[in-house]
Ligand binder design. Structure first.
Ligand SMILES: Cc1cc2nc3c(=O)[nH]c(=O)nc-3n(C[C@H](O)[C@H](O)[C@H](O)COP(=O)(O)OP(=O)(O)OC[C@H]3O[C@@H](n4cnc5c(N)ncnc54)[C@H](O)[C@@H]3O)c2cc1C
Length: 428
């Protein structure tokens, strides 16, 4: 008996020895097993970050989740093209964080100004330092103000990009309203990758709709750094049918935007210079600045991630979500940011328990409107293959090219339904 007792340690001693062994071997000890309350900091309270914060807390109430977001009110980009076209009130785009706070998420209305991936701390604008066990970065995308000659932050006050919703959206709206009938609106679109490319063609359509219905002697020229884009056939069919006032100039016809002159109000392309009454310049983009400061962005300006956990490939214990991440074939959309956030929240909750995250699947669905009662969509299904998100062949697809108008009108209604559902899930 005595010999047996000596060779069979008690359960408590066994666990202690196992944990000591794990520590000695360099394996991380599960935080919950250590009795600590894991601290998760989420930077960015947009579609991806606000979803992640809420779902982390719902997945495991023991997590201490802090959401860092400077604005008390979030302004949503989806449907902001309708605001620009005068079809929707900006107030329908605004959401607060009270319900997220009520779920037990600590909200810090601050800008994150620094991340120390070694010390695992986030510095806030007011100087406070937050320690974290896992950090979720979801700062969205920023314009590259050094990419298009003549187009810097000051120029965006004269030629709005309106690619972040809020003041820029309203500025472009006011400019279109103030424009005299007969003027030319010029849009400049960048090469991929950037935030939600279909939204730029939706915007072109809805500006063309506004001009056709309110300023019928005006026209829209779209200068594009691309020859092909998602749902192209659907957009082009609609433009042919509805908008003779819209001229799309692809890169192969000299449409590539090469610079702007805000004083002369001109936008130049490979072949020509266009005088604009209103110019909407969407510049090339990159991950939000804090991602770069955290060391999570690579030379492309975006953040490479592992597809199962969304953990950064560059800095351990940092997960990157939403527009800021390069996630293989997964597009940069609010829909995708929301899905990625749920996958990541589940993975992080497992990781801090010392468990292996489950292998996820991913769905994205994007609606576009070309007129108030005319919509279509594209869906994609993705799965991790060799460390990258790849599209599952044959699983998605776009709306049929030859559908009747009643079908398009239904899809416009579905688009509204989608927006109401996603925003109430995140903020409601
Ligand atoms: C005109 C337009 C229409 C669109 N339509 C659709 C659509 O119909 N469907 C769709 O799915 N997608 C659409 N999108 C795309 C969608 O808006 C984005 O893909 C989505 O917002 C990305 O989510 P995110 O959380 O990564 O970034 P965001 O939603 O932009 O959120 C980022 C948040 O991070 C905060 N932040 C940034 N830096 C810091 C910092 N240092 N510290 C703290 N907080 C910080 C910001 O304040 C912001 O609240 C559209 C985009 C545009 C421009």
């Amino acid at each position: 008996m005595a010999a047996l007792t000596a060779t069979r340690p008690s359960r408590r001693k066994f666990i202690a020895a196992a944990l000591a062994g794990a520590a000695a071997s360099g394996l991380p000890r599960p935080l919950l097993a250590q009795g600590a309350q894991p601290r998760i900091v989420v930077i960015g309270g947009g579609f991806a970050g606000a979803t992640a914060a809420r779902f982390l807390k719902r997945t495991d109430a023991r997590l201490t989740v802090t959401l860092v977001e400077p604005n008390a009110i979030f302004a949503a980009c989806p449907f902001s093209n309708e605001v620009i076209a005068g079809l929707r009130d900006m107030r329908a785009q605004l959401f607060g964080y009270d319900r997220i706070a009520a779920d037990g998420v600590v909200i810090a209305h601050q800008t994150a100004t620094g991340v120390d991936g070694q010390a695992r701390t986030v510095t806030l604008g007011n100087g406070t330092k937050l320690g974290y066990d896992r950090l979720v970065l979801a700062p969205g995308s920023d314009p590259r103000f050094d990419a298009l000659p003549g187009y810097d932050e000051a120029a965006s006050e004269r030629m709005p990009h309106a690619w972040k919703a809020g003041a820029q959206t309203l500025l472009l709206r006011r400019q279109l309203e103030a424009m005299e009938d007969g003027g030319t609106v010029v849009m400049a679109l960048p090469a991929l990758p950037y935030r939600c490319p279909p939204a730029s063609y939706e915007r072109a359509s809805l500006i063309a709709y506004y001009l056709k219905t309110k300023k019928p002697r005006s026209k829209l020229v779209v200068l594009d750094a691309k020859d092909m884009f998602s749902m192209q056939r659907l957009f082009e069919n609609a433009w042919k049918e509805l908008y003779p006032n819209l001229e799309w100039v692809p890169v192969s016809s000299g449409g590539n935007p090469t610079g702007v002159d805000v004083t002369a109000m001109t936008v130049s392309s490979d072949f020509d210079t266009y005088k604009a009454a209103v110019a909407n310049v969407i510049p090339p983009q990159k991950a939000g600045r804090i991602a770069e400061l955290a060391g999570a962005a690579d030379r492309t300006g975006w953040c490479p991630v592992d597809p199962v956990t969304f953990e950064s490939r560059l800095v351990p214990n940092i997960h990157v979500l939403g527009d800021a991440a390069i996630a293989g074939a997964v597009p940069k959309s609010a829909f995708a940011g929301n899905v990625a956030a749920k996958i990541c929240a589940a993975a992080v909750a497992r990781l801090v328990r010392g468990e292996t995250p489950a292998e996820p699947k991913f769905v994205n669905n994007c609606y576009s409107l070309v007129a108030p009662d005319y919509g279509f969509s594209v869906a994609g299904v993705y799965q991790p293959v060799n460390g990258q998100w790849l599209e599952v062949e044959g699983a998605g697809g776009a709306s049929p090219a030859d559908a009747p108008r009643a079908f398009r009108s239904q899809e416009a209604k579905f688009a509204n339904g989608w927006f109401n559902t996603i925003t109430s899930e995140i903020f409601g």
